[in-house]
Design a protein around this ligand. Structure first.
Ligand code: G5P
Ligand code: MG
Length: 221
């Protein structure tokens, strides 16, 4: 069968707020994979006030990409720590250069690309609340926390991201549109690209689940 025992490498790509984080959390709930989000990694560097974090913040707050060399080093180092596991890389690569750097180290088995209409995205961001240390996301309409402004698991405060302000969101969408085509062409050429279209996560998720079930065994519990 197509089910494999070796470590499995998946990438999930999509515009800002297309649901990468939400779908990733469902994937790691149902499949034995480690989730690595480039954005979450940067936000934890910012919280810890590392040099990389301080540098990254100046780009992120404007809705611009963190430079390829900084970002790639960060991701490659993190992936080295989970080498023996199956993993799911969320929001990396964001440029063709990053895709090429990654390819020197690791070959993706599948690249899941989320295609969600832009007007839906703009609406979502306004209602997003984030728990910074875990990366858990909520939405005041779609999946509200049990207590407004408070993380369900830790009871800690939720925040609205600085780059979720309308101007930064517009910039993030433009940056995505300007960079995504060559990345998708690259993975399509390697025969690993799979597109998922839909307006809502609940519409896309069953298709992603079915697709992955044919590639890796679901968790038994
Ligand atoms: P991030 O952190 O990767 P983005 O902009 O790519 O940021 P983001 O915003 O994290 O992506 P997402 O993970 O795709 O979005 O989406 P999500 O958080 O799951 O869902 C968004 C919201 O919609 C949530 O509130 C969720 O609850 C809600 N939602 C989900 N599904 C539905 C639905 O069906 N209906 C409704 N109504 N709501 C729903 O990157 C941030 C910055 O870091 C830097 C860049 O500066 C970037 O801008 N960065 C990089 N820089 C260079 N290279 C890289 N590789 C970089 N990676 C990050
Ligand atoms: Mg995310």
């Amino acid at each position: 069968s197509a089910i494999r025992a070796k470590a499995f490498r998946a990438i999930i790509l999509g515009a800002p707020a297309s649901g990468k984080g939400t779908i990733s959390s469902r994937i790691v709930r149902d499949f034995k994979m480690k989730h690595l989000s480039g954005g979450d990694l940067l936000r934890s560097q910012i919280s810890a006030k590392t040099d990389v974090g301080l540098l990254a913040k100046t780009f992120m707050d404007k809705g611009s990409l963190v430079p390829d060399d900084v970002m790639s080093t960060l991701i490659i180092n993190e992936l080295a720590l989970i080498k023996q596991h199956s993993w799911l890389l969320d929001g990396f690569p964001r440029t063709l250069k990053q895709a090429e750097i990654l390819h020197q180290q690791e070959h993706a088995d599948v690249v899941i690309s989320l295609d969600v209409p832009e007007e839906e995205i703009v609406q979502r961001v306004a209602g997003r609340w984030t728990h910074i240390s875990s990366g858990r996301v909520y939405n005041t309409e779609f999946n509200p926390p049990k207590v407004p402004g408070v993380d369900d698991v830790t009871g800690e405060k939720l925040i609205q991201r600085d780059d979720d302000k309308p101007e930064a969101v517009r910039k993030r969408l433009q940056t995505y549109e300007a960079n995504i085509k060559p990345i998708l062409d690259y993975y399509n050429h390697h025969g690993v690209l799979k597109l998922f279209e839909g307006r809502f996560t609940n519409e896309i998720w069953p298709k992603v689940h079915e697709f992955l079930s044919e590639k890796i065994p679901p968790k038994s519990n």
